[in-house]
Write a protein that binds this ligand. Structure first.
Ligand SMILES: Nc1ncnc2c1ncn2[C@@H]1O[C@H](COP(=O)(O)OP(=O)(O)OP(=O)(O)O)[C@@H](O)[C@H]1O
Ligand SMILES: [Mg+2]
Length: 310
């Protein structure tokens, strides 16, 4: 359904736009209906930038993103509106989505105004109540309130409810769990699992390996804008190959171990790049080391791959 092909994002920095920041470098992946792909990586690794490009909130600098074979950058007006009926995002910081001078439930009435004008009010109200119930919100507690009267978790769940009112096929969920308390967290995860069973595809951006492990079939690990490892979640987290993925997996605090027992991965890449030792020189492409399990270059982007240095 979704295909991200060799996508780059470069931000211009400074008044004259000479310097640039590469936020996303040559990223490719696909997402099938009913599949959850976790995007994991430290702060600044480019995770949200990918989500924002998929949502057409940012243009890609190079490469292309397609949905069902059509390049999303070609869509305008009505086509874009149809796109947002199927593809929705929920973000880390829900406050930024709401306008403080309007009531929070305006996010619902806007959806109605755009997509469901002909629907009778009683039917619409029933749908809103059902969507709120799905995210464990009591309509009496949230409807008619201003954003400052609601908690971050409530605002975030209202955004998930808004996505449910549309016929979403793809949800970009960017750190949506971080603002929720433990019990709501389980409810929202279970809700995602139900939706997934109905064919919803989810790009699940998270810092939390345990969450990613719980919810996703496939995991993509990013470092400095590049994909360092991508594959079935049990393989990537259970048998990580790239030094960065290994460090990430090893740094998850384990209850059964003391800090001093943590394996020391050394913290830096080895001198050579075993992944690319056998690959074509200038290629920095990911290498498939077992079915569906891809591993990226071991060298840092600045150093260049020793195997490809020629
Ligand atoms: N509009 C922008 N202009 C310039 N640089 C930007 C812009 N947006 C993002 N960046 C930079 O791009 C890089 C990737 O940012 P991004 O928000 O995608 O990271 P992230 O992986 O989502 O991090 P976090 O986990 O903190 O949310 C960062 O270095 C960030 O500073
Ligand atoms: Mg982010």
């Amino acid at each position: 359904m979704l295909a991200v092909e060799h996508v780059w994002k470069r931000f211009r920095l400074g008044a004259f736009g000479r310097a640039e920041k590469v936020a996303v470098a040559d990223v490719s992946f696909g997402l099938a209906p009913g599949e959850v792909l976790s995007i994991i990586g430290e702060s600044g690794s480019g995770k949200s930038t990918i989500g924002r490009m998929v949502l057409r909130l940012l243009p890609v600098s190079e490469g292309r993103i397609t949905v069902d074979g059509t390049d999303i950058s070609s869509w305008r007006g009505g086509e874009l509106k149809e796109y947002y009926r199927r593809v929705q995002g929920v973000f880390q910081d829900p406050f930024s989505t709401y306008n403080p001078v309007f009531r929070a439930d305006r996010v619902f009435s806007m959806v109605r105004g755009q997509y469901f004008r002909r629907l009778p009010t009683a039917e619409w109200d029933t749908r809103v109540e059902r969507a709120l119930a799905d995210v464990r919100l009591d309509p009496r507690q949230v409807l008619g309130k201003y954003p400052h009267q609601l908690s971050g978790g409530q605002l975030q769940r209202m955004l998930i409810a808004r996505a449910l009112l549309l016929e979403v096929q793809l949800l970009v969920a960017d750190e949506i769990i971080s603002m929720l308390d433990a019990s709501t967290r389980i409810d929202v995860l279970n809700l995602l699992a139900d939706l997934k069973a109905k064919g919803l595809g989810v790009l699940f951006v998270t810092h939390d390996l345990a969450l990613g492990n719980y919810i996703s079939e496939r995991t993509m690990i990013m470092h400095l804008g590049r994909v360092v490892e991508l594959g079935p979640t049990d393989r990537v987290l259970g048998n990580p190959q790239h030094p960065y993925s290994r460090r990430l997996v090893a740094s998850v605090p384990r209850l059964d171990r003391k800090w001093s027992d943590e394996p020391d991965e050394g913290g830096h890449a080895p001198d050579g790049c075993p992944v690319h030792a056998a690959a074509a020189p200038e290629s920095r492409a990911l290498v498939e080391i077992e079915p569906g399990h891809l591993v990226g270059c071991f060298a840092s982007p600045d150093a260049g791959c020793p195997a490809g240095a020629a």
